[in-house]
Write a protein that binds this ligand. Structure first.
Ligand code: IPM
Ligand code: MG
Length: 357
């Protein structure tokens, strides 16, 4: 298992280190880990947030474990030098078109949500966000002079049929392995791109009669996610809507520090990262929650390496440490055992060692 480690900025190094501990604690895995700088860290070292050597390492690996990138101190750099370009570049260059963002509420943490616990208890939804198309990458884009002489900014929202088809097919396949419900989110009442999206998804739906397909406008979906999130199973949507809805969905769980993600190419190669950011304000303080990154490593075992049992073991170990009361400050409640980043990683390793192999 060739894994590229790209810890990145802020808390990235601390949280990736815990996931590495956990991977190493699983026996019977032949893992080869190689690390490279990415994001602001890479910019500081090389002048480029995604140096060629880092991209090469990522290209040659089977999977990438990514921490986080970004820091306010880079906000004034020209766009192509900013840390965010590293993750956008990796997605584009590696063809990572399918972004899986599960939002799962652990019973122990149901009280952490800002919604009433009966609205979210037992929640288990999966947002499938298209990741290499849409207004994020559409051309042309820029700032130009309008006829009247003022500046105007413009971007292009565009989806080809084949781009919609491949992510929709994956949505149906994923729904088949879950509760067989797929909700496609678009803005077909206003946007041409969305009308095509809806038509293509509907066409593919004919091949999946066992999956209940529904369509929803994005504004309604944003509302339904807080009104009654348990109506959803799998949501499939475009890059921009998925960016927004997945942040919203993460907060249903109350603990953004708990949510992993996978970004997959057509062959199952993937980049795995927590959905939270680099949190520079708490970097180096040993307080960040490493569980989202550890869960990302579990997704890696499941989706790229086809080792569902190893993934199950990690997920069970995490449930175990939550039951034991271990909490990093972001999910801490009175009476629990407050621990730091490294201690949480150690607790997961101990739970793994204690579980049957
Ligand atoms: C995400 C982030 C990125 C995105 C940023 C950092 C470019 O918000 O992964 O959701 O917009 O896709
Ligand atoms: Mg986002």
């Amino acid at each position: 298992m060739k894994i590229a480690l790209l810890p990145g900025d802020g808390i990235g190094a601390e949280i990736v280190a815990q996931a590495v501990k956990v991977l190493r604690a699983l026996d019977g895995l032949d893992i080869d880990l190689q690390q490279a700088p990415v994001g602001g860290t890479a910019y500081d070292q090389t002048g480029d947030p995604l140096p060629a050597a880092t991209l090469e390492l990522a290209r040659n690996a089977d999977a990438i474990l990514f921490g986080a990138v970004g820091d306010w101190k880079y906000d004034s750099l020209p766009r192509e030098k900013r840390p965010e370009q590293a993750i956008l570049g990796l997605r584009r260059e590696l063809g990572l078109f399918a972004n899986l963002r599960p939002a799962l509420v652990y019973p122990e943490l149901a009280g952490a949500s800002s919604l009433r616990s009966e609205v979210v208890a037992g929640l288990d939804i999966l947002i499938l966000r298209e990741l290499t198309g849409d207004i994020y990458f559409g051309q042309p884009r820029g700032v130009r002079r309008s006829h009247s002489g003022e500046r105007e900014g413009f971007d292009t929202m565009v989806y080809s049929e084949s781009e919609v088809r491949r992510v929709a097919e994956l949505g149906f396949e994923l729904a088949r392995k879950r509760s067989r419900k797929l909700c496609s989110v678009d803005k077909a009442n206003v946007l041409e791109t969305s009308q095509l999206w809806r038509d293509v998804v509907s066409e593919i739906g004919k091949r999946y009669p066992d999956v209940a397909l529904s369509h929803m406008y994005v504004d309604n979906a944003a509302m339904q996610l807080v009104r009654n999130p348990k109506q959803f199973d799998v949501i499939v949507t475009g890059n921009m809507f998925g960016d927004i809805l997945s942040d919203e969905a993460s907060m249903l769980t109350g603990s953004i520090g708990m949510l992993p993600s996978a970004s997959l190419d057509a062959r199952g190669k993937g980049l795995y990262e927590p959905i939270h950011g680099s949190a520079p304000d708490i970097a180096g303080k040993d307080v960040a929650n490493p569980l989202a990154t550890i869960l990302s490593a579990a997704m890696m075992l499941r989706y790229t390496f086809d080792r569902p049992q190893a993934a199950d073991r990690i997920e069970a170990a995490i449930r175990h440490v939550l039951k034991q009361g271990y909490r990093t400050p972001d999910i801490y409640e009175a009476e629990m055992r407050k621990v730091g980043t490294a201690e949480m990683g150690d607790a997961v390793v101990a739970a793994l060692r204690g579980s049957s192999r």
